[in-house]
Design a protein around this ligand. Structure first.
Ligand SMILES: *[C@@H]1O[C@H](CO)[C@@H](O)[C@H](O)[C@H]1NC(C)=O
Ligand SMILES: *[C@@H]1O[C@H](CO)[C@@H](O)[C@H](O)[C@H]1NC(C)=O
Ligand SMILES: *[C@@H]1O[C@H](CO)[C@@H](O)[C@H](O)[C@H]1NC(C)=O
Ligand SMILES: *[C@@H]1O[C@H](CO)[C@@H](O)[C@H](O)[C@H]1NC(C)=O
Ligand SMILES: *[C@@H]1O[C@H](CO)[C@@H](O)[C@H](O)[C@H]1NC(C)=O
Length: 182
């Protein structure tokens, strides 16, 4: 009997594994942002607050990261938006400031905060020097490898929800390697 149950558990685990692999694959192909030949492209859908959502398109091209963020719905008192590393042990550290642009490793807030109804867009461009200014151990290669592992996410903070009113993981298009252009 216990052996039978073990087999059942193993089958259940395998089925779950296949289902989650299929889910990841589906999320990858459902998104088709455009990008130049050679770009590494990732997208994120931001959620977390009823009545608000966000869409992020990221590319790494010519040694630069380029992030476009479009928020929809409404949010009150946005203070910051970042790319962060999903690692609770490290306290989900900031990897790059999207809004406002950071001038040191110290998080900087919009002053005054920004509120919107309908939609709000912002963007950022950064290079390896910017990443290193924020975390001295960060290189472009480490950044891209964390991106490929699905460990990076985008967050939007408000005065009411400093821990993140909206967030979502950056999911690489395809294999997270350079694309042939489309
Ligand atoms: C983001 O949302 C769009 C529209 O709902 C969906 O098609 C897409 O698969 C989602 N992408 C990710 C990365 O979750
Ligand atoms: C961001 O938007 C600009 C202007 O529409 C576009 O040129 C750029 O390629 C976009 N970047 C990404 C990562 O989609
Ligand atoms: C979090 O970071 C620590 C220190 O770098 C590392 O040892 C650990 O493996 C990381 N955890 C995850 C889940 O990546
Ligand atoms: C990026 O944001 C700036 C304002 O910070 C704006 O002037 C510019 O048009 C935006 N560029 C894109 C490509 O959206
Ligand atoms: C937004 O900020 C203003 C002034 O900073 C404050 O009076 C107001 O209560 C804040 N609203 C919310 C919903 O946090």
């Amino acid at each position: 009997m216990p052996a039978f149950r073990t087999i059942l558990h193993a089958i259940a685990a395998l089925v779950l594994l296949r289902l989650s692999a299929a889910a990841v694959e589906e999320r990858r192909v459902a998104d088709s942002p455009k990008g130049p030949a050679g770009a590494i492209i990732a997208v994120a859908n931001l959620t977390g607050t009823p009545g608000a959502s966000g869409r992020v398109v990221f590319n790494w091209y010519n040694n630069r990261g380029n992030v476009n963020v479009t928020l929809k719905g409404s949010l009150t008192n946005i203070t910051m938006s970042h790319i962060r590393l999903r690692n609770m042990t490290l306290g989900n550290p900031i990897i790059a400031g999207i809004l406002p642009r950071m001038v040191s490793w110290i998080p900087k807030m919009l002053d005054p905060p920004v509120s919107f109804t309908n939609s709000y867009t912002f963007n950022a461009t950064f290079d390896a020097r910017y990443l290193k200014m924020i975390r001295s151990d960060m290189t472009a290669n480490t950044f891209l490898s964390l991106l490929g592992q699905g460990s990076l996410y985008v967050s939007v903070s408000t005065t009411g929800q400093p821990g993140g009113a909206l967030q979502g993981p950056l999911i690489c298009k395809g294999d997270c390697k350079s694309h042939t252009g489309y």
